[in-house]
Design a protein around this ligand. Structure first.
Ligand code: HEM
Ligand SMILES: *[C@@H]1O[C@H](CO)[C@@H](O)[C@H](O)[C@H]1NC(C)=O
Ligand SMILES: *[C@@H]1O[C@H](CO)[C@@H](O)[C@H](O)[C@H]1NC(C)=O
Length: 342
């Protein structure tokens, strides 16, 4: 008994030591969940621009009131910023030779560029050359969640903006919706995000929509390249999706809501859908193919209150918001978020 305990303790120590060593060699470790990042803090602008969070919220309110589909778009925007070269607003940079992040395949359909610029202009008018675009992206994402009745979690700020944007990075670092669970965990873990971040952040798909071209082939018409429907997809849901997405269209931009029961409510229904085989992407359904992510989906699908999900979401968004950030004297604060890199 004592011996067995000793073996377990020893194993834990070895694992902890190994991750520490990996940490020393790996600069991404500063972004590991739970470890604070020097230079980032909640309320970073409380002296230099105390009104920034109110300004972003007011602008987001106006944006979403005009077009509610922009809320989800602005949430997705932070994912695409942070996973590629870290949360440094590099997604806002433009390339004249079409070699920037915006030109990459995963950026297809991404919206929010003009809205981030619109918010930045308001913030610039109040606090010139003070607030980074990367922070505005993170605050706008939080407010998109809040304005769809999700949590209003505290957002760390203090990021600065990068000057490099490469199509190649976006193509290789963002998971495609056809990803299986092993791929998904790998895409996340190379960034220092774990299975919990994956299953919690995937809950973002409780709001917003996807174009038919992102899932119709995988799920409705050419599952595994076999010219058939995905046999694991709920039959009634598949039938309704087939009505929205015509077969044979290669580039069908028709938007389909990802959570048909409450597409603009930030709630637990994403997990209920995945649990009942009515998740939209292969990557959503893949969360049922790993013991830990499946247990989380099952617990959230059965939960009476969203409190646990909301608390987890705040942590996971903080973890994602810490990825490879530029702080202190690194990077820059630009007057406008968009700038040409070539
Ligand atoms: C886990 C891997 C993920 C994959 C494979 C994935 C894939 C996708 C795809 C293909 C779309 C549809 C885009 C379109 O057709 O316009 C989409 C939409 C969306 N994604 Fe994800 N996503 C992932 C994770 C995330 C994360 C981590 C977040 C946020 C933190 C997020 C937030 C969203 C939102 C809010 C939308 C709706 C956008 C809109 O309505 O304009 N996704 N995602
Ligand atoms: C289905 O996928 C296979 C393999 O990727 C491909 O060869 C085939 O052309 C596809 N069929 C259609 C109808 O797109
Ligand atoms: C899909 O079609 C849209 C316009 O309908 C076009 O702008 C876009 O480049 C196309 N995308 C791909 C990947 O072919």
């Amino acid at each position: 008994m004592a011996l067995r305990l000793l073996v377990v303790v020893a194993a834990v120590v070895v694992v902890a030591a190994a991750s520490c060593r990996a940490g020393l060699a790996d600069p991404a470790v500063s972004a590991l969940p739970g470890l604070p990042v020097a230079g980032l803090a909640v309320g970073f602008y409380k002296e230099s621009c105390p009104e920034v969070e109110d300004l972003v919220l007011a602008e987001m309110r106006a944006i979403v009131e005009k077009d509610r589909t922009l809320g989800p778009a602005m949430l997705r925007f932070m994912f695409h910023d942070c996973l590629v070269r870290g949360c440094d607003a590099s997604i806002m940079l433009k390339s004249r030779s079409n070699k920037g992040e915006q030109d990459a395949l995963p950026s297809y359909g991404l919206r929010g560029y003009e809205e981030i610029e619109q918010i930045k202009a308001k913030v610039e008018a109040a606090c010139p050359l003070t607030v980074s675009c990367a922070d505005i992206i993170a605050l706008a994402a939080r407010d998109a969640v809040y304005l769809s009745n999700g949590p209003r979690y505290a957002v760390e700020t203090g990021r600065r903006d990068g000057k490099v944007s490469a199509k190649f990075d976006a193509d290789s670092d963002l998971p495609p919706p056809s990803s299986n669970i092993v791929d998904l965990k790998t895409y996340f873990s190379v960034k220092g995000l774990g299975w919990k971040d994956l299953v919690v952040l995937s809950g973002s798909h409780t709001i917003g929509s996807a174009q038919c071209s992102t899932f119709a082939s995988d799920r409705l018409y050419n599952f595994s390249g076999k010219g058939m429907q995905d046999p694991s997809l709920d039959k009634a849901y598949a039938a309704s999706l087939r009505e929205e997405c015509e077969p044979g269209l290669k580039n069908d931009t028709t938007p389909v809501v990802m959570d048909p029961t409450s597409p603009y409510e930030f709630d637990l229904s994403y997990y209920r859908h995945v649990y009942r085989d009515t998740g939209l992407f292969l990557s959503d359904q893949a969360l049922m193919h790993d013991r830990w992510t499946r247990e989380y989906v099952e617990r959230m699908a059965a939960a009476a209150s969203p409190d646990e999900f909301f608390a987890d979401y705040a942590v996971a968004m903080t973890n994602m918001g810490r990825l490879e950030v530029l702080t202190g004297d690194s990077g820059e604060i630009r007057e406008t978020c968009a700038a040409y890199v070539d």
